[in-house]
Design a protein around this ligand. Structure first.
Ligand code: C5P
Length: 239
């Protein structure tokens, strides 16, 4: 079964330092949004696509309108947080039964196979599916250092989670659409900036979230360095 695909592209892109909404930043002679749309379309899993763009934006809307796609692409105004943008796009896809994939435009080079892998696990009966990769760094939790330690450093280590249990999660994240909509309704009281992905909302209502293999190509283009890496990947060079 086909799924609706939401692409959240309403971020400001401040950390990229381009003075443009991130999804509009040039990449490989096109824009970040066009690569994200291409992955979703090429995967063949989408029956419709809804893109959340910055409120009042016309350039990204125009890109969506002229993008060559066999399935309809609609746009909605995004919100002040990623989760608000997802909520608005969920309204934009018009509800109904079935699955929905939520994808960050910033993960512009996500291979179509990852979309298919997530959609297959959804079709297999999961209510929530997340692509993930192993973590290469040792991750530590941080805490403020004591008042008499401030001259050494502002923070100190609070703990070291077992790396073998950690996964870095990516998008597209796949959900039963009705379950995701309910999870977002329940999230109304949470700090929107603390909601960094959709799966965490399902976790808070006790839903099982399944992990499938993500891809190193699904890097989230956030900093100028990431853009250099993405350009090199497109040029077929090893970064
Ligand atoms: O800000 P962050 O890097 O977590 O953004 C992840 C994705 O969410 C990006 O593709 C960005 O465009 C999108 N986003 C959004 N609306 C916001 C903030 C972020 O659609 N208000």
């Amino acid at each position: 079964p086909k799924v609706a695909v939401i692409i959240v592209a309403a971020g400001s892109g401040q950390r990229l330092g381009y003075g443009l909404p991130k999804a509009q930043v040039p990449l490989g002679g096109r824009t970040i949004l066009e690569y994200a749309l291409q992955g979703a379309v090429e995967s063949g899993v989408a029956d419709r696509i809804c893109v959340a763009v910055p409120a009042g934006d016309t350039a990204l809307r125009a890109i969506c309108a002229r993008f060559h796609s066999p399935v309809p692409i609609s746009t909605v105004d995004g919100g002040a947080s990623r989760s608000e943008s997802v909520r608005r796009a969920l309204a934009g896809i018009g509800g109904g039964p079935g699955g929905v994939l939520v994808h960050d435009a910033a993960r512009a080079l996500t291979p179509p196979e990852v979309f298919r892998r997530v959609a297959r696990a959804l079709a297999g009966g999961a209510s929530a599916v997340v692509p993930a990769v192993a973590v290469v760094d040792t991750i530590k939790t941080a805490a403020p250092s004591g008042p008499d330690q401030q001259q050494i450093a502002a923070e100190k280590v609070a703990g070291t989670p077992d790396r073998s249990l950690l996964r870095a999660v990516q998008t597209p994240q796949g959900f039963d659409a009705a379950t995701l909509a309910e999870a977002h309704r329940n999230a109304a009281g949470l700090d929107p900036d603390g909601i960094t992905d959709d799966a965490m909302l399902l976790e808070t209502i006790g839903q099982e979230v399944f992990l499938v293999n993500g891809s190193p190509l699904s890097l989230k283009i956030t900093s100028p360095l990431d853009l250099v890496v993405a350009e090199a990947l497109l040029a077929g060079q090893q970064p």
